[in-house]
Design a protein around this ligand. Sequence first.
Ligand SMILES: [Zn+2]
Length: 404
Amino acid sequence: MPFKKLDTNTLILIAMGVLVILASAGLAAWLYQSSPAVAKPTAKPTKVAAVVQGKALTTDQATALGIPTAEMQKQAARRPQQPSTQPTQDAGKALEVLETPKYVSNAEAGVTTFEKRPKVAIVIDDVGVHSALSRKADKVLPPEVTFSFLPYGSATMELAKKARKEGREVMIHLPMEPMPRLDEPPIDPGPNALFVELSPEEMRKRTQINLKDLKDMSVGVNNHMGSRFTSDLEGMKVVLPIIEESGLFFMDSLTTPNSAVEEAAKAVTPNMPLLKRDVFLDHYITEDALRAALQRLEKEAQATGKAIAIGHPHSRTLSVLQDWLPTLPYKGIDLVPITHMLADDTPAFEPSAPALPKGIAAPQNSQEENPSDAEAPTSIEEPQQPEPMHVINPEDQNGTTGLY
Ligand SMILES: [Zn+2]
């Protein structure tokens, strides 16, 4: 019967239709699952160029929509924040060693400087060991002052992270063997310190241990103590390449006039930027000595365009710095983070006295120059000074003099 026949045909058609629909749905589901548009771990990550509102896009789709791809964003993140001053030629060459050295990527650019004005950088060493004084230093000193952290300090990691958040540049204070002093017990530079008697392998291992936790947030390394180790050419030749490979620069604290750092660097790390300390601020922790050291720093900067001081978190050092730092703008001197010392801008520097802002008198202490200093060489001063360590600040004497 036609009705019955039709019914059978209809049933067959319906069955076929259902099959087609099921097959299409299955195919669609399979296609959907294997589509790169689904951001799931099994999808090929190379095909997902960008994810916008939960939807993955291919490179072509992202490009067509003008959306930056993950790769473009990564490249942007890797791109160095340029300091306000240009990196030196040496810094440029070191770019070949690492994609972006940490003294470029971790440099703080947020400082207003004037190209032709003298610049000073202040590095506070030994931060992290004496927790109360380290905290005080962090609280009272502006972020343009650089902190060098002892890797083994109890407050080191906490304060180093805080420093980075505040826009302060961080260095690693690498403990090294001091020269033994006559009639004095041997001085311990701290755990994992570098000694000249160690095997090169052990030196490498200890250097890596010291750099490990801080290197990603640091710009450079300077020696803690080290009057013996830094005068050892072979030892420095072992240590400097590890610092360079870590994307960091080295600053010689110059705790000995016999430093072999420069010679070692020329031999093994000629492309790594090298800095050296000009003035120790608090070898003698009296107000007069501190102020005299700061005047030497000013003179050095005015004579050569730039100067680096090292100080320590002593109460008196901090209070004298608090007094002195606000006078710098009136003297035409810029306080800069340590990486600004890597810039080779000396040719632009004009040593003529900078003009004071109108109506502002020069601070008194800048006039008090010791005539006997007038003929003193303006290059590196006080290399003969013994290195500062275990200096007791009468104010900080609560059994916690530590390693200052
Ligand atoms: Zn030190």
